[in-house]
Ligand binder design. Sequence first.
Ligand code: ARG
Length: 285
Amino acid sequence: MTTIAVCEPRYYEVSYRINPWMDPTGWQAARTELAIQAQTQWHELKRSLKRLGANLCEIQPQKGVPDMVFMANSAVVHNGKALLSRFRYPERRREEPFFESFFSKLVDAGSLKDMQKLSDGMVLEGAGDCIWDEARELFWCGFGPRSDRRSATMIEDYFERPTVSLELIDERYYHMDTCLMPLSGGDVIYFPGAFSPADLEEIYVHVPEEKRIAVSEADAQTLAVNGVNLGVHYLTGSCGGHLEAQLAERGYQVHNVDLSAFKKSGGSAFCLTLRLDCGSAGRLE
Ligand code: ARG
């Protein structure tokens, strides 16, 4: 059963700036409308996920940690094990204890079999920078802006699965899930401008040409890459006509849910969710 963790945007806002999408002054100017918008959009996302068959598991939102809604950043979860995140910026480090207690409750309840903290001094921002590719049985890991390159070793050791590490060179695409997304059928959506020529070659080593879906800068900027893929369904905050056609051609069905209030923080559908059933066997063991 597809199980997805989410966090209601009760205290969501843009009150600091840790990526180029965030504009606290602009948010402040329209804060009441934007807060309402965020609620409406998030509830629509929830309804859409449910309609596509997902079972949702909610973490209690907390005051003073507005980015906690971006659940993908809380941990890497795979085969019933959770590797807890450590954030790059102090603003988000405050979320860590809430995520830790959420995952430890799941372990106590038997929904997860184990959880682990990162080694001292290491940063890794969860599934945002470590995306499971079920077709290739490997993790795509992004490093640079938020996560350390060396965290890949810990991911490999803990989950006993291979990783491909790519450096994120454009500050707008600061998490891997903003510029690369593997899909169920083995296709990979990616924005070439977020990677160095050498890392693009690395992508090509793993993804044959017919499986590559390169998006334009315009599509990348809508955060269309940051979608949730459930079987043939691709749920996204905004999908340009060209990308939608490319996906349809390959048999995917695109579902658009307006998530503009979250884009103001640099996030969209994928970052608002965390698969808890993710794994090599496709389910909890
Ligand atoms: N404002 C948040 C941050 O900068 C957005 C996180 C979006 N999450 C993601 N996985 N891309 O950390």
